[in-house]
Design a binder for this molecule. Structure first.
Ligand SMILES: [Zn+2]
Length: 275
């Protein structure tokens, strides 16, 4: 069994403020520790289920100016027997899936899409730049985008940990067979009822193992009819300028842009920044 784990930081237990996920705040080092512990728990769950290859990707950009892009784990504490992708553009590391070397995708530390009332630190890609995103008219958050990327290569997304709103969002998109580990309940965007970090890690490890061992009941890769259109409603009109002249990207309104392709990956590859 070969697994890719797409990790993010906002959905980790104990985290409910931007200060925890980037910048020079004293909360950021604690956030990194909590984040590292949860990815380690997921890796242990994979190993317990007999996974032969585990590739974990740090998908947390760091939202503060001095936040570290895609490298928030504490490397010296990472669980052995897995590989860790760091510093790479978001939702772009697909080579193992292109080669047919990945059986399933997991989400750890995921957060809800923009505008979800009890979604802790909810946003879609950028709080400042994007209001929302759709695939063929279906609203998606970051987990939906990554699930659609994986599905482009026939790979199912089978597990999610994060707050309760995120778990519901992923089940709504992918179906009830996704295994969920809700490690906190949002009490607004900046407040949460959290599990103790150790309890959250235990839950993640147990549920990841359970998900991987239940291959007969894995959800199918999320399906979108071809051609697949990815549409983004930007927050402000100046954001559209960044897409001017981009081949394959259409500016459809003062604050809206889209791209299409035979698969979601084809659309995403035209649309998304390479670094
Ligand atoms: Zn993040």
């Amino acid at each position: 069994m070969r697994v890719m784990i797409f990790a993010d930081m906002e959905g980790v237990a104990g985290i409910q403020s931007w200060e925890h996920v980037g910048g020079s705040s004293p909360f950021y080092p604690e956030g990194r520790e909590l984040y590292t512990n949860e990815i380690n728990a997921a890796v242990r769950g994979c190993k317990a289920a007999g996974a032969t290859e585990i590739i974990a990707l740090d998908g947390h950009g760091g939202s503060y100016p001095s936040g570290k892009p895609f490298m928030s784990w504490i490397n010296s504490k990472l669980e052995p027997s897995a590989q860790y992708i760091q510093g790479y553009a978001w939702a772009r590391y697909v080579e193992p899936m292109q080669r047919g070397e990945i059986d399933c995708v997991l989400f750890v530390g995921a957060h809800a899409m923009a505008g979800v009332p009890n979604g802790v630190l909810c946003h879609t890609v950028s709080s400042e730049a994007w209001n929302n995103a759709t695939i063929n008219g279906t609203l998606v958050g970051e987990s939906g985008i990554v699930a659609a990327v994986a599905a482009s290569f026939g790979v199912p997304s089978i597990f999610v940990s994060g707050d309760q709103a995120t778990c519901e969002e992923v089940v709504n998109l992918i179906g009830p067979n996704v295994v969920t580990a809700a490690v906190k309940i949002g009490l607004g965007r900046y407040a949460a009822r959290n599990m103790a970090p150790q309890d959250a890690c235990d839950l993640i490890e147990t549920k990841v193992k359970e998900a991987l061992e239940n291959r007969d009941n894995w959800p199918k890769p999320v399906h979108f009819d071809s051609p697949v259109t990815f549409h983004v409603e930007l927050a402000t009109s100046d954001r559209a300028a960044a897409f001017q002249g981009r081949e394959g990207v259409t500016i459809t309104g003062p604050r809206s842009v889209e791209a299409s392709g035979a698969t979601f990956w084809e659309a995403w590859d035209k649309f998304w920044y390479r670094s």
